[in-house]
Design a protein around this ligand. Structure first.
Ligand code: PLP
Length: 368
């Protein structure tokens, strides 16, 4: 078996022991004589799976008892609508509410653009002036804000909030799709956390929402049932059929993480991997990180050629991605909107993957 090092921003590499366990249990999970994919979500066989997944997530993230954990569908993108609808939607004919958004990249902006359909969402701080290469100072919360929304790790541009902003009594909502479980996070600082699973948690198709109890139950009466947090919370994520197989794989990923020593242990590994790669970029003659040091992501590391001639640069980027792939280092192209290269090094990427990338880069740079 030859496994590649997959630097994809998502869907991304999963830990090999997780894939092997899932393969072993594919046709007979837990002695049930069936695959998890074939189980009724309401059966005695599936119930322990979803319960175990939630319990492990609570344990690993230290989720307080006054928060619900929901396993939903629709990706992180559906949360761009559900958050403003549930926290800020109003009955027809009543004045609209307002919310603060901080624009730190393409996903953050998408969240704000979607929110204005339901609430007066204004961008109170932005790093767009410098191509999103830094994290702006957090604005002071305003009285009457229903919430403040941030994107804790910006997958495309490779920035992260190194410190969680203090929004006082205004609930802080964070998209943690590309950094969940990558380093310790104090859940009690947030009103809502949400993440698409396909980076640090499992396969695409499941979205995890962690929501404080007092923020549940405020959706206006016209809200479609499937978009209401209160219904999903009351039904234990089983109002309709949940993404059963995804929840099962998330459970296996969480078991793997717990065996490794949990979030503190993986955070140490993530820091080592990031230090190694940023350290290489600092010394590289031909590539550099466009991101301000204080804002650098541990998970997504964009890097661009120093070459200033546009045609030559394009040529370098094309050859880099192709030649790296030929050596089993795949998905290193930057996002189509920003170009360059990007190495996404989520929890499942071993340090050997980063070492192999650096070895390749040394060789590649030698030929430039
Ligand atoms: C930070 C962030 N938010 C939202 C999304 C969109 O997620 P989804 O495709 O699950 O809707 C992504 C996708 O990569 C992301 O990185």
């Amino acid at each position: 078996m030859k496994r590649v090092f997959n630097f994809s921003p998502g869907p991304s590499a999963l830990p090999l022991p997780v894939l092997e366990k899932a393969a072993n249990e594919m046709t007979d999970a837990n002695g049930s004589g069936q695959s998890v994919m074939e189980m009724s979500h309401r059966s005695k066989d599936f119930k322990p799976i979803i319960e175990k997944t939630e319990a492990l997530l609570r344990e690993l993230m230290g989720i307080p008892a006054n928060y619900k954990v929901l396993f939903l569908q629709g990706g992180a993108s559906l949360q761009f609508s559900m958050v403003p609808l549930n926290l800020g939607g109003v009955e027809v004919g009543t004045p609209r509410k307002k919310a603060a958004y901080i624009d730190t990249g393409i996903w953050a902006k998408k969240a704000a653009d979607e929110a204005v359909k339901f609430i007066d969402a204004t961008i109170r701080a932005s790093s767009k002036d410098k191509a999103y290469t830094y994290i702006p100072a957090a604005p002071a919360p305003e009285a009457g804000d229903a919430y403040c929304h941030i994107t804790l790790n910006n997958t495309i541009v490779g920035t992260r909030w190194a410190a969680v902003p203090n929004t006082g009594s205004v609930p802080l909502v964070a998209d943690i799709s590309s950094c969940i479980l990558s380093e310790p996070l104090d859940v009690s600082q947030f009103g809502i956390l949400y993440a698409g699973a396909q980076k640090n948690l499992g396969p695409a198709g499941t979205t995890v929402v962690i929501i404080r109890d007092d923020l549940i139950g405020h959706a206006p009466s016209w809200t479609p049932a499937l978009l209401r947090y209160d219904i999903h919370a009351e039904e234990g994520s089983m109002y309709n059929t949940p993404p059963c197989y995804g929840i099962y794989i998330i459970g296996l990923v969480l078991e793997w993480l717990k065996d490794l020593g949990g979030v503190p242990a993986i955070a140490k590994k993530n820091q080592e991997k990031a230090d190694l790669f940023y350290g290489y970029l600092e010394k590289s003659k031909n590539f550099h990180s466009p991101v301000e040091k204080s804002a650098r992501s541990l998970m997504n590391i964009p890097f661009i050629p120093k070459e200033t001639d546009a045609d030559k640069r394009k040529d370098i980027e094309g050859r880099f991605v192709k030649e790296a792939a030929a050596e089993g280092l795949i998905n290193l192209a930057g996002h189509r909107l920003v170009g360059g290269m990007r190495a996404s090094i989520y929890n499942a990427m071993p340090i050997e993957g980063v070492q192999a990338l650096i070895t390749f880069m040394k060789k590649f740079e030698g030929g430039l």
